[in-house]
Design a protein around this ligand. Structure first.
Ligand code: ADP
Ligand code: MN
Ligand code: MN
Ligand code: MN
Ligand code: MN
Length: 369
């Protein structure tokens, strides 16, 4: 635990926290934490309220409101925005019958706010439901101190060059495993389909995968998994950076992506490889449009990352290949061997909005002619 920054812990300490959090749960009341995406399209906000009884169904969770002028989502003179619950998860922090509630944000006319891309995604997923689109997203991230200094990096100079950190074991190469393990358990408790996790190429960098998830569920689950990660890190006094290439890593260090694996029922059937090859045409056709929504800044974030080096393709060129990690789209070798399975879109940035990415992939592969 020595790498983690404990200066920020409350002075009263863990025993006090344990005392209060260990008090018996209230027999009937439920704390519901409403979580939403703010005006940046990449940061999350949350606030909590009490219900006398835990609602049984999603539809029983009331629409709530918040001050959009404090989240980059409204002007002060007309500041109320609405939160509409879209998915409910058991709360791994408060436990008991407390819940985390993923919400979409609506303006005063009940229309989606500028960073609410869920409604459009849900409509697209409904259109292609008979193809049973499955996704798995690989969320890479860097653990940093509150001053944005990567965990495990010396305060002056650089760590030993990359090579030993990917899936590394040992105190000189794995920095922040406590955060990773805690997050994994928390996701399992919350009923999130966490597929796995691994240490990444840059020191202090990690990955978790969410999936497979069908349709709109992918976005809901990845956003909540990110929320849980930020909260877990907060408890250790560290932060999580989803920047695809934080400034300090601009040298010879891998950036961070959010590879998105995708399949349809046709691709998963025997000889589904043909459907995978077919999908490449649509993916090529939409390349520049896709690049503009694969990060929250119109493609600019990804320009720092997709340089053709460090296991990436070039931002302005579409390419695909089998087992090739320098392509836009990779067909995993095992998929080619089995002639069925899925494809991996390697372009989405670590800070992408999964609602935008999954909608774009479906549009490209299934709706683009
Ligand atoms: P990589 O080899 O690229 O690092 P990972 O093991 O990190 O791959 O992640 C694999 C991802 O692929 C997981 O999120 C998993 O859910 C997803 N996946 C596996 N099978 C399918 C499928 N048929 N369709 C969509 N996603 C899939
Ligand atoms: Mn108030
Ligand atoms: Mn991976
Ligand atoms: Mn990775
Ligand atoms: Mn990958």
């Amino acid at each position: 635990m020595s790498h983690l920054n404990y200066e920020t812990r409350l002075p009263l300490g863990q025993a006090t926290i344990d005392h209060f959090m260990g008090l018996p749960a209230h027999p009937s009341k439920c704390q519901a934490t409403y979580v939403w995406i703010d005006g940046t399209g990449e940061q999350l906000r949350a606030k909590t309220r009490t219900f006398n009884l835990k609602p049984q169904y999603l539809s029983e969770y009331p629409i709530w409101n918040y001050d959009g002028s404090s989240t980059g989502q409204a002007e002060g003179l007309n500041s109320d925005r609405y939160l509409r619950p879209v998915a409910v998860f058991p709360d791994p922090f408060l436990q008991g019958h407390n819940v985390l509630v993923m919400c979409e944000t609506l303006d005063e006319t009940m229309k989606p706010t500028a960073t609410n891309h869920r409604q459009n995604c849900a409509a697209i997923m409904k259109k292609v439901a008979e193809h049973h689109p499955w996704f798995g997203m690989e969320q890479e991230y860097l653990i940093v101190d509150r001053d944005e200094h990567p965990l495990g990096w010396p305060k002056h100079g650089y760590p030993a060059p990359q090579g030993k950190y990917y899936c590394g074991v040992g105190a000189d190469r794995a920095f922040g495993r406590e955060v990773v393990e805690t997050h994994y358990r928390a996701c399992l408790h919350a009923g999130i389909n966490i597929f796995g996790t691994n240490a990444e190429v840059t020191p202090g960098q990690w990955e978790f995968q969410i999936g497979t998830c069908e349709g709109i569920d992918m976005g809901d689950q990845l956003w909540m998994a990110r929320y849980i990660l930020h909260r877990v890190a907060e408890q250790f006094g560290v932060c999580v950076s989803l920047d695809p290439k934080p400034k300090v890593t601009m040298g010879d260090w891998n950036g961070a992506g959010c590879h998105t694996n995708f399949s349809t029922i046709e691709m998963r059937r025997p000889n589904g490889l043909n459907a995978i090859f077919e999908a490449m045409k649509g993916l090529e056709r939409t390349h520049s449009e896709a690049m503009s929504v694969y990060d929250p800044n119109g493609g600019r974030d990804n320009l720092r990352r997709l340089t053709g080096r460090h296991e990436t393709s070039q931002a302005d060129k579409f390419s695909w290949g089998i087992a090739n990690r320098a392509c836009s789209i990779r067909i995993p070798r095992q998929v080619a061997d089995e002639t069925k399975g899925y494809l991996e879109d390697r372009r989405p940035s670590s800070n992408c909005d999964p609602y935008l990415v999954t909608a774009m992939i479906v549009k490209s592969c299934l709706l683009s002619d």
